[in-house]
Design a binder for this molecule. Sequence first.
Ligand SMILES: [Ca+2]
Ligand SMILES: [Ca+2]
Length: 537
Amino acid sequence: MKRLFSLLLCLCILSTMGLAMGEGEKKSLTVICPVSAKVEDYDTNAFILWLEEQTGIDVNWIQVPIASWDDKISAIMVSGDYPDVISFGNAYAGSRVTQQKWADEGLIIPLDDLIEEYGVYSKKMFEEQPGLDTMIALNDGKIYSLCTYSDIIHCNYSSRMWVNDTFLEALDMDKPETLEEFHEYLVGVKENDVNGNGDANDEVPYVAFGNWGGDLFTFIMNSFVHYNGRWEKLDINEDGEIYSVLGMDEFREGLKFMHQLYDEGLIYEGSISITADGCKALGESGEGYGIIGAITGTGCSAAITGDEIYHQYSALSPLEGPDGMRQTPWYRYVNVRESAWMITNKCEDTETAMKLGDFLLSYDSTMRLRKGEYGVWWREAEEGETTIDGRPATFVELQSYGNEVQNSHLDNDLMFYETRGVFLDDRAFGPDTDLWSAANLQFFMSEACKEYYIPYAREVLPQVTILTQYNDEYNVILTDLNTYVTEKMTAFLTGEIDINDDAVWEDYLEGLKSIGLERLIEIYTESYEASPLKWGA
Ligand SMILES: [Ca+2]
Ligand SMILES: [Ca+2]
């Protein structure tokens, strides 16, 4: 039924487009977008060819390597010679601030009337995701860009820890539930030959690599304080007051604990600078024996995918701290990528620009954009094929992809509407039901979230748009603060400065003050009050 509905919608929009374009008249558009390093070339990409054929629109793609996007797009906008449509695709960091600026300057146009008149899939998305249209609106309440919606459960709960079950067994321990038990486990790994290779010193108790969700601090800090790991590290209490965790006694207690682990040789020293590849090399350095006792990271893929070693690891729930705190940050709004489809004031055919953007949000387009060619990378499920929880599946993945460069799908580029079902939940599970296999990595992470993290989730403060008049001031404080805090946290961790010394702590607090932490909170609070995004809504 769902399929039929989607097919009807598809026919409906195609006939509308055909009518609007007139007989034989080919529409054209110019679109600029950052291109993933995993995508070869839009001009020959299978998804793009399909898209242009389906819509009858000939698109001139201005492809910018994602690494140079920020510089390139700024220069193009300043030059005044910019195209019909700008998509920030997956280069969305800070894009809302930029979007607001361009809207204020009249470089991009409001889309509300165009959505009303031509929107099919955008309307459906806004209907299915209540509050999304309000959320992406700018300060004047109008929508200036369509967005990508990508509901990936492991992005919502990205602070995770993995422990080695074989080591736990060797130590005759259950999975740690408290910080104390976790400490006991790490000591056990350090002192004993838990991997059984005859060497008591080759195990690494705890390692982290500094990627998103995998940093050294976030998982453990959440046993002390509401720590979201984001740059501004602000939180909101039950009374709706916004505060910073950075000067709190509980935050200091967390740092003391981290320093203790470091001091006792339980944290891998290279954790501060290690890369994902470095972690993987470390995890695989045991020639068939597990090496790492505990590792943070979005998957444990970074260190322990591949062979049998992978099977030794499973997720660890948040740990209970000394005052009973036990939680994981819930990044509720991380699903939304703004600035994915902006129509500029240079665009003469706004109807075509709107219709193409709208079509990208359809099921058919999303599946091909994200998963690749139909029949090659995925197909519709047949009767009897079921999901991991036993429901009838919608689709079957025929090939999974990792970091290879390809030219069939667009990775995370451009714009799409990916519900949790489209991403994973409606996918057929099997025939390879080994959760630890590389092909099932998404299931592995998803199941871990459901079982180990969601029961302890606490929503983080929504990341709101800072009011335009405060932007520059805010960014200066934020950058200084982040540099300062990152440096201090590392110095406290290693003992370069003493976390147990009150005078040193006072000095650190003074530093926060002189950078302007109070002012940062003030600006954020005012912006939060003006924003449609509300914590706990
Ligand atoms: Ca050992
Ligand atoms: Ca050993």
